[in-house]
Design a protein around this ligand. Structure first.
Ligand SMILES: [Zn+2]
Length: 395
């Protein structure tokens, strides 16, 4: 169930509330990635205090380790990792296509070798749904074929057709399994638009999925496998008009902060991305610019806390791709060794409230685990508060 709470009158941006069996989520929303049932280096208490509304678990990884049966036995992923808020799980498709060698795609499903022990595995659309049901996911994704890049038109066309048939099998299986489950306890099922870099195929894929009536729609294989980043905008331009207004839209695996702002203005509601946690592990920290975000054309010079990018007024429009409303610092640089200020004096995360840049610099140099934890907390705070500023609402 998705309710649009507010629409922006100069762009396609909207604020919504997505109801799941484990509570509501205010969109636009950023979902931290809990690959193996943990956001790297963070506890669930920390995630909760950062205000994470929903996290993403990777079906492929959890299926191979520890296995869906163990997680089911634990009472589902929520109980296993002690997280009470919503969880979205991907279908496993992206990892099968990006991590596994010797994969073989057939009409039935995809065969691949488990990278950790070399054993053959086979994943079908029905099985992907069953694994996600066993995990207890709140938002389940259909199994799709993630196309490589570059991708010949003919391959992409056949792939879109296969992805369409797999989506239908996912939907049929899901409906059968949910037949006796009351609607408030049912997870949501999202379809994934594919079609590589071809306009007609992207539109066809969106049309096929919309005809099947999913609870939400994701866009896959955009700038995930070497597709030029300009395709982010082209694909959104092609696909969004094909999708129903009253369903959430999820751009998988993207993006940089300025891209998220722009995608929201084009009508995307949900995001996940490895950037904040991966960059944190390398000591690259994000902060909103204290002064001089060079927004073209306008009033917004910076994004002070609480009133910067919101859907109200015209502010969103002028935050274009080129405007820098944020900056990054490399905390491992020598110049921070005696800088006793916080990472960002305007940030209220645990790291900024309690520790200095000099201390973080030292922790990184001495390879203390706490360095990764504090840096991840801070970068996630940046991404989560960006989404929160875009929605202008707290859950
Ligand atoms: Zn901070």
């Amino acid at each position: 169930m998705f309710e649009i709470l507010e629409k922006n009158n100069i762009s396609r941006a909207r604020v919504g509330r997505l109801e799941t069996k484990n509570g509501g989520v205010i969109t636009p929303v950023f979902m931290p990635i809990a690959t193996y049932g943990a956001v790297k280096n963070l506890s669930v208490n920390e995630l909760e205090s950062l205000g994470a509304q929903i996290i993403l678990g990777n079906t492929y990884h959890l299926w191979l380790r520890p296995g869906a049966s163990i997680i089911k036995k634990a009472g589902g992923l929520h109980k296993f990792m002690n997280w009470g808020r919503p969880i979205l799980t991907d279908s496993g498709g992206f990892q099968v296509f990006s991590l596994s060698r010797h994969r073989k795609i057939t009409e039935e499903g995809v065969q691949f070798n488990n990278p950790s022990d070399g054993k053959k595995c086979f994943l079908t659309p029905e099985q992907s749904i069953q694994i996600q049901l066993d995990l207890g996911s709140d938002i389940i994704m259909t199994l799709d074929e993630c196309t490589p890049y570059p991708c010949e038109y003919d391959y992409a066309r056949k792939s879109v057709e296969l992805t369409g048939r797999w989506a239908e099998r996912c939907k049929i299986y899901f409906e059968k399994k949910m037949a006796k489950i009351e609607s408030a306890k049912r997870p949501l099922l999202f379809g994934i638009v594919q079609g590589s870099v071809y306009e007609d195929l992207r539109k066809k894929s969106a049309g096929q999925l919309v005809a099947m009536d999913f609870d939400g729609y994701a866009i896959g294989s955009v700038a995930n496998a070497y597709e030029p980043r300009e395709y982010i905008w082209k694909v959104i331009e092609w696909v969004i008009p094909k999708l129903p207004e009253n369903k959430p839209r999820y751009m998988m695996g993207l993006g940089r902060p300025e891209e998220i702002v722009k995608m929201v203005s084009l009508g995307i509601d949900m995001f996940d991305c490895v950037i904040p946690t991966r960059e944190a592990r390398h000591g690259r920290l994000y902060k909103f610019s204290a002064k001089g975000g060079s927004a073209s054309g306008g009033k917004v010079k910076s994004l002070p806390r609480g009133n910067g990018v919101t859907l109200r007024g015209e502010k969103l429009r002028i935050i274009n791709q080129k405007s820098k409303f944020y900056e990054t610092i490399q905390i491992t640089n020598e110049k921070f060794k005696d800088d006793f200020g916080p990472i960002d004096k305007n940030c209220d995360c645990y790291a900024c409230q309690n520790f200095s840049r000099a201390y973080l610099n030292h922790l990184f140099k001495t390879k203390e685990g706490l360095a990764l934890r504090l840096a991840s907390i801070h970068n996630l705070q940046f991404y989560l508060s960006l989404a929160e500023r875009l929605s202008g609402k707290k859950n």
